[in-house]
Design a protein around this ligand. Structure first.
Ligand code: AMP
Ligand code: GLY
Length: 429
């Protein structure tokens, strides 16, 4: 069959890498892809949000199966459009993707169905929102309702910071139309974990647990990024907690979406805060996480094509989904300056040496080819991903391979995976 992956980041490279290994895959296409994806797929210069272009491409290349990486095209209705064109597509419909596209929608859904999340209020105008902040007092979290490329969440320790954040969102319109509505939320304490499931709207098959590292600096300091590294499994999610998350969060959410007339089919990702009151939902995403997808894909033993086909066909209960018992870890190598301004077009050395390390796969994110050389082309450039028998070995392998890669201004956190290590030690003692 002919397969199309939409997107061009590390997550999409991991999906292409896995799909290309399927005996069912004849041709694998990626739009727009990147320099690393080009080694395993035919990259086509169609943007991930160019819906007309993607539908035309799907017809032209006789695509049988499509998977959509990023959230923006899903909220715009790409999965619906491709399905109408006869493609088997594994991705949420526009109606279902509202669970990520509107934070107010997600919060109201959780409230209506008793799914654990922080207290919150939604506002469409500035004055009542300001009054609420003044009355409640910080710490608070101010969130633009719509998609803001992961930047629309402002963590405010004090009332003054929350008022300034509100002005930034609603007055200065820092996130454009995404900030016309604002969600003001209780500041939750605890440790974060990512919990992803495959669902066909009825059957739910959890992926292994994982944990992202959102802040730019070690020790979770500094501004949030798209994610600086991830590992799987996340020991913070104990077996008892796993049951609780499935029973109180994932199953009720899938049932709620069906009850609301927008059944959810695809990967459903809950960003959780595990705190003293148990797991609570920070946000839902309508897709694989990036970088969580990279370590998760290295743990998948089964054919991803079989899983993705079964989702729109409503027969997820019938597929084998086997994960290995190893630990995987993805270390993101970023451009100096990210998540702010950074330089592009810098030549990258050492990619081959890094890829030769045992257990290591180097997934590309912001890379391009220029004059026959691979150069940087984004904030997050590479995801050096390694499998190991435990987090110590996965860390050693990923960091060891990353050392072989060089470009001017390469930046990485030095503490990816250390939280897992600390928790494992704590559980052993
Ligand atoms: P979101 O895009 O909603 O997941 O928010 C991005 C990040 O902001 C999360 O991964 C958390 O680190 C943080 N965050 C979001 N909501 C809250 C909250 N209510 N309390 C504490 N931290 C939060
Ligand atoms: N890793 C966070 C996200 O994909 O949104």
């Amino acid at each position: 069959m002919n397969i199309l992956v939409v997107g061009g980041g590390g997550r999409e490279h991991a999906l292409v890498w896995k799909l290309a290994q399927s005996p069912k895959a004849e041709r694998v296409f990626c739009a727009p892809g990147n320099a690393g994806i080009a080694a395993q797929a035919e990259c086509l210069p169609v943007g991930a949000e160019d819906l007309d272009g993607l539908v035309a491409l799907a017809k032209d290349k006789r695509i049988d199966l499509a998977v959509v990486g990023p959230e923006a095209p899903l909220t715009l209705g790409l999965a619906d459009r491709l399905a109408d064109a006869g493609v088997v597509v594994s991705g949420a419909s526009a109606a279902a993707a509202r669970i990520e596209g509107s934070k107010a929608f997600a919060k109201d859904l959780m409230k209506k169905y008793g799914i654990p999340t922080g207290d919150y209020r939604v506002f469409d105008t500035l004055e009542p929102a300001r009054d609420f902040i003044q009355k409640t007092g910080g710490p608070l979290v101010v969130k633009a309702d719509g998609l803001a490329a992961g930047k629309g969440v402002l963590l405010c320790q004090t009332t003054e910071e929350a008022l300034a954040a509100l002005d930034q969102v609603m007055k200065a319109k820092a996130f454009g139309a995404a900030g016309e509505r604002v969600v003001i939320e209780e500041f939750l304490q605890g440790e974060e974990a990512s919990f992803l499931v495959f669902t066909d709207g009825k059957n739910i098959r959890p992926l292994p647990t994982s944990q992202d590292h959102k802040a730019i600096f070690d020790g979770d300091q500094g501004p949030n990024t798209g994610g600086m590294g991830a590992y799987s499994p996340a020991p913070v999610v104990t077996p008892a907690l796993h049951d609780e998350i499935m029973g109180r969060i994932m199953r009720p959410t899938v049932q709620a979406m069906a009850a609301e007339g927008c059944p959810y089919q695809g990967v459903l990702y809950a960003g959780l805060m595990i705190g003293p009151k148990g797991p609570r939902v920070l946000e839902f995403n309508a897709r694989f996480g990036d970088p969580e997808c990279q370590p998760l894909i290295l743990r998948l033993e089964s054919d991803l094509v079989d899983i993705l086909e079964a989702i729109p066909q409503g027969r997820l209960d019938q597929v084998d989904i086997v994960w290995n018992d190893l630990t995987s870890l993805c270390l993101v190598l970023a451009s100096a300056g990210y998540p702010g301004a950074y330089e592009k077009g810098l030549p990258i050395e050492g990619l081959e040496a890094a890829a030769q390390q045992e257990g290591v796969v180097v997934f590309h994110a912001g890379t391009a080819k220029k004059d026959g050389r691979i150069v940087t082309n984004g904030g997050r450039v590479l995801g050096v991903t390694a499998l190991g028998r435990d987090v110590v070995q996965a860390r050693e392998r990923a960091y060891g391979a990353a050392e072989r890669i060089r470009w001017t201004g390469k930046y990485a956190r030095t503490d990816i995976g250390l939280k897992a290590l600390a928790r494992i030690k704590e559980m052993a003692s």
